[in-house]
Structures are given as structure tokens and as C-alpha cells.
Design a protein around this ligand. Structure first.
Ligand code: PEP
Ligand code: MG
Length: 587
């Protein structure tokens, strides 16, 4: 038995399919003058073969999985054709007398150093794409290695890999993948995101797993507490089969609750909304039965753009998102850049000592009034196209009352400009994200100035506990179930409810069973989460009454430590929803 991090809940059993990293261990050999031309030709041949692979995979995935999934191979072909990429490799072969394999290894090293400081999922993804292409090229430079993607496998499989590469994830769409085990990785790795969006149990961060599991082994993935069993004895296997069946039955049942109302056992209506980064997530949120989009993170539009996208371009993107979101209900958040996500064209070309406490979100947007006004106008224009929907405008990282006044003035000016141009300008609800402890303290004053509040618990917890949410050394402090966090949340939710201002929690905790029950008991009725969690939270809600949740909160507020709260809540979830414990997670 091996322990790792539970990154996607459930229990699965299958035959191991081990994907070894097919990276050639580069030789340190220096080429002779007479060998250089031949090595350049070897590299060109490998490039042609890799290009042919990618075209074939693109066609196959397009036909068998889907158009969107096939797009990744076009991205990889563009990396393969990238002039800077190719010139670097050729330069090292010619000038430094390196073999093509060694040059590829060096290039990957350079990119890895460049990206190593980021926690941003999008940038990590781009590094994964480069790695993917480098590994494919390397496999064509060696006779012994076979590129991934042409295996014929039957029956349920558990994929065991270092970290899932993007092309592997897509090709796996063909197989009956029941679970994923990775050696590297964390809750935000590619493997974890894929597993959660497909509802597949996954465990990450198990050191040495590639050496310990062989192709054909029977593997059990237990995503409840993050452990993996290899070739278990018959009694243990049959116990896990029972759990796996329970998990499948539950998944089937949850898939059917898409059109059911989101309400508690005593019929109190809830809004379960989705957090999205772009169009595919908006589409997924409808498929998962969300009542709207509670958080659209617009920064991905900027991160994927070479310069500031202009007003018309942004308007088109926002319009398409609203058109594809459930009931045309979307809360659009203005750019939240800074911290670990930086864009050079907005002035992020210097290092800050404390980026998370520095030039981030609206603090940065205020210093770029042109671009900020452009974004606000584009959002107002998109909203005006959907008179029957509700588009809300939300600002991240609000810290002071003065900031809210300034933001409201900017929005007023945007309406005026649009009307001056003869365009419709629908007045939008304007809200703040509550992520900074100072805002939690001043919530009483701030509520007079906003139409709604959305609690960004991911940031609020890290600022409250003074513990970086992405630093594993201090992650034991970043706990939604910490008594201090629960007290602050209860105060803010109570203040909003008393002032009659809609309040949502849109951090990760909204989709976790234990935290969900507590938030419900504190009086929260609007929750926004990853689309994948909506069906199970809808089910959990239908099994608990508001009075029960309130009683649980009364008891929990008397507890003094994180572990007492966790233990107490584990027992509560077992009692309220024994059918869902398979989907519960440690926090
Ligand atoms: C949050 O901080 O909880 C939040 C939802 O915003 P983000 O995760 O984008 O910082
Ligand atoms: Mg945040």
C-alpha cells in the first residue's frame, strides 16, 4: 500500500498501464566536425516523424474523441514548427557540438527553470506542452523507444505515470480509464484537473511508484484518503469491488440530478453556480446542472494574448460566454493578475519581494485606467445583449472603502461613454470579492456601497492565516475548517444577510462536503464551485435541512482546533449522507 495526496475522490480498480517517461538519457558526447551535418539531418527526420505522428493523432482523436480534444495536437505541431525552438536546437548542435537528444534535454531544462517559479496552472500547462513535444522528438531519435499513443488496450485501466502529459490525457480518452496514479503532481496538476473533470478517482505524489507498479498489476486507487494498493489479497479486493460499485451507482445517480432543483431537504432554495476560466467550462457548467456562473475569471483571456485585447474583442468573448452559460447568469470578475500570474505588457517586468501582497488585481488595474475602462465597457456591452439574463460585475481584492467609490465612478463613466456612442448600457449589479481580512473587518461600511459580495475563500484563508496557499510547507495552516476562518466567515455571511445583500462563497471550499454543510448552517444560500462538484453538492443539500446545518454550526463554533472540527465533521457527513462518504475528502 502506498500513500499520496487524494486529488480526485472515489474508488477504482483496474489493470495498471504504466507510462514510463521515454526521455533519452542524453549522452555527453561532443560531435566531430564530420558528424554535424548528419546530426542535423537526424533531427530533421525526427521532426518529420513527430509531425506525422501528431497529424495522425489529431485525425484519430478528432474522429473518436472530439474536435476540441484534438486541438492540443495542433498546438504541439506549432511548437514543433516554432522558429526559436528549432534555431536553439540547431545552434547547439552546430556551435556546441551537442547531439540532438542532448540539445533537447538542455532546452527542456531551460524552460523548466524559466517556469519553475510559477504556480499558475495556465503557464504550467504550456511547460507540459513543451515537455510533451520534446519527449516525442526524443523518442524518434532513439531506436529503442516507442512514442506514446498507439497502444491497443482493453478493459478497465489505471494509468500510472510521472505526471500526465497533455497529449497522453487526450489519447487516454479512447481507453476505459478508471483511475490515475501519479508520481509527481499536486491538487492543481494537469492529472488532477483532468481526473476531477472526468469524475475519475486519482492519487498524486506517490514517490517511486513507477518502479513499484508493473504493467498488468491489479491496482486499487482510493481517492477518499489518497492511497493505492497493488495486487491486493482476494478479501481486500472484494471489499474494494463493493466500494467501486457503490461509487459507480452514485455517479449514475448524480448524472441524473442535473435538472433537479438545488434545494435542501426542507425545500430551501439554493443557487449552485460554477467557477469558469473560459468557454469550455461555461459549456460544462450547463451540463453539470449549475444555476449560473458565479465566477468567471477573465485573466485567461489576457494570459493567452500578446497584448491588451481591445474592447470589441473582449466584448465578443464575454458575449459568447454569457450566451453559453446557464440562464445567462454570469458574474464576471475583472482582471486578477499579479501574484503568481504576470503579464509583461501590463508592466510586470520587475520582481516584487511579496507579489501576493503587492501589485495585484484592482491595484494594478487602477494604474492602467485605459485598459481597465476598456474591460468595464466590454462587460457592460456584453451584458446589454442579454436583457433577460443577469450579468454581474465583480472586482477582486477590494481592500478599502475608497477603492469601491473609485470603482463605482469608473462604472458610471463607462455607462456614459457607451450611451454617448449610441450603444445600450444596461446597469449592472456591482459587487466586491471579499478576500482581504481588512475588508472582512470593514464589511459593515462596505455593504452600503456594493450590490453583492462574493467571498474568495482561497485568498481570504491564505491572508488570514499568513500562509501561502501554494506552499506545501505551510499548507497545514491554509485550512478552511480552521476555527479562526469559520468565525470570520460566519461574521461576514451574517452581516450580508442582515443587510439583505446577496452573498456567495466562490473559493474551493464551497464544493467540499464538510465546508458546504457549515456554510449552509451559517446562512449561505449561494455557492460557486468547479462544475464537477455541483452534482454531489446538490445531492448532499437534498439530504440535510437548514435546521440541522444550523445545529452543526452551533456545535462546531465551540470547538478549538482544526483537527477537532475535521473529526466532528467527518462523523456528521457519515450520518447525513452515508451514500456520499465515498466522495468526501480529508478537508
Ligand atoms: C478565491 O480567492 O477564493 C478565488 C475564488 O479567487 P482565485 O482563486 O481566482 O484567486
Ligand atoms: Mg482570489
Amino acid at each position: 500500500m502506498r500513500r499520496g495526496i487524494a486529488v480526485s475522490p472515489g474508488v477504482a480498480i483496474g489493470t495498471a498501464y504504466v507510462i514510463h517517461e521515454i526521455f533519452v538519457n542524453p549522452d555527453t558526447k561532443r560531435l566531430k566536425d564530420t558528424e554535424i551535418t548528419a546530426e542535423l539531418a537526424n533531427y530533421e527526420t525526427a521532426r518529420d516523424k513527430a509531425g506525422a505522428d501528431l497529424r495522425a493523432l489529431e485525425r484519430k482523436v478528432d474522429a473518436q474523441v472530439g474536435h476540441e480534444e484534438a486541438a492540443i495536437f495542433a498546438v504541439h505541431r506549432s511548437i514543433l514548427r516554432d522558429v526559436a525552438f528549432t534555431n536553439k536546437i540547431r545552434g547547439w548542435i552546430v556551435d556546441d557540438r551537442m547531439t540532438a537528444a542532448a540539445a533537447l534535454h538542455r532546452l527542456l531544462g531551460e524552460y523548466t527553470t524559466l517556469f519553475s517559479k510559477t504556480n499558475d496552472d495556465y503557464l504550467k500547462e504550456r511547460l507540459n506542452d513543451v515537455r510533451d513535444v520534446v519527449i516525442r522528438l526524443s523518442s524518434h531519435l532513439s531506436d529503442q523507444l516507442k512514442p506514446f499513443g498507439d497502444e491497443e488496450l482493453e478493459g478497465p485501466v489505471i494509468v500510472v505515470t510521472n505526471d500526465l502529459l497533455p497529449s497522453q490525457a487526450v489519447v487516454l480518452g479512447d481507453l476505459d480509464v478508471r483511475g490515475i496514479v501519479t508520481q509527481a503532481g499536486s491538487e492543481t496538476s494537469h492529472a488532477a484537473i483532468i481526473a476531477r473533470s472526468r469524475g475519475i478517482p486519482a492519487v498524486s505524489g506517490i514517490r517511486g511508484v513507477l518502479k513499484r507498479i508493473k504493467n498488468g498489476d491489479t491496482v486499487v486507487v482510493d481517492g477518499r484518503d489518497g492511497h493505492v494498493e497493488v495486487n491486493p489479497n482476494p478479501e481486500s479486493l472484494s471489499a474494494f469491488r463493493k466500494l467501486e460499485r457503490e461509487f459507480f451507482d452514485l455517479k449514475d445517480h448524480l448524472a441524473e440530478n442535473r435538472d433537479q432543483r438545488a434545494e435542501t431537504e426542507d425545500h430551501t432554495s439554493l443557487r449552485l453556480e460554477a467557477n469558469i476560466n473560459g468557454l469550455p467550462d461555461a459549456i460544462a457548467s450547463s451540463a453539470m446542472g449549475a444555476s449560473g456562473v458565479g465566477l468567471y475569471r477573465t485573466e485567461y483571456l489576457y494570459l493567452t494574448h500578446p497584448d491588451v485585447p481591445d474592447e470589441d474583442e473582449q466584448y465578443e468573448v464575454y458575449k459568447e460566454i454569457v450566451a453559453n452559460s446557464p440562464n445567462h447568469n454570469v458574474t464576471i470578475r475583472t482582471l486578477d493578475i499579479g501574484g503568481d500570474k504576470t503579464v509583461a505588457y501590463l508592466g510586470h517586468d520587475h520582481q516584487e519581494a511579496n507579489p501576493f501582497m503587492g501589485w495585484r488585481s484592482i491595484r494594478l488595474s487602477f494604474e492602467h485606467p485605459d485598459f481597465f475602462n476598456t474591460q468595464i465597457r466590454a462587460i457592460v456591452r456584453a451584458a446589454s445583449d442579454f436583457p433577460e439574463g443577469t450579468v454581474r460585475l465583480m472586482f477582486p481584492m477590494v481592500t478599502t472603502v475608497e477603492e469601491i467609490r473609485r470603482l463605482r465612478n469608473m462604472v458610471r463613466r463607462a455607462y456614459k461613454t457607451l450611451v454617448g456612442r449610441g450603444l445600450p448600457a444596461k446597469e449592472l449589479p456591482i459587487g466586491m470579492m471579499l478576500e482581504v481580512p481588512a475588508a472582512a473587518v470593514s464589511i459593515g461600511t462596505m455593504l452600503d456601497l456594493v450590490d453583492f459580495v462574493s467571498i474568495g475563500s482561497n485568498d481570504l484563508i491564505q491572508y488570514l492565516m499568513a500562509a501561502d496557499r501554494d506552499n506545501p510547507k505551510v499548507s497545514h495552516l491554509c485550512q478552511p475548517l480552521a476555527p479562526a476562518v469559520l468565525h470570520v466567515l460566519k461574521n461576514v455571511i451574517t452581516a450580508c444577510n442582515q443587510a439583505n445583500k446577496p452573498v456567495t462563497v466562490c473559493g474551493e471550499m464551497a464544493g467540499k462536503p464538510k465546508a458546504f454543510v457549515l456554510l449552509l448552517g451559517m446562512g449561505l444560500r449561494r455557492f460557486s464551485m468547479s462544475p464537477a462538484f455541483i452534482p454531489s453538492i446538490k445531492q448532499l443539500a437534498s439530504q440535510i435541512s437548514v435546521a440541522e446545518a444550523e445545529q452543526i454550526v452551533d456545535s462546531v463554533m465551540k470547538l478549538k482546533t482544526i483537527s477537532q472540527v475535521k473529526k466532528f465533521m467527518t462523523r456528521q457527513i457519515e450520518q447525513i449522507a452515508p451514500n456520499l462518504t465515498i466522495l468526501d475528502t480529508p478537508s
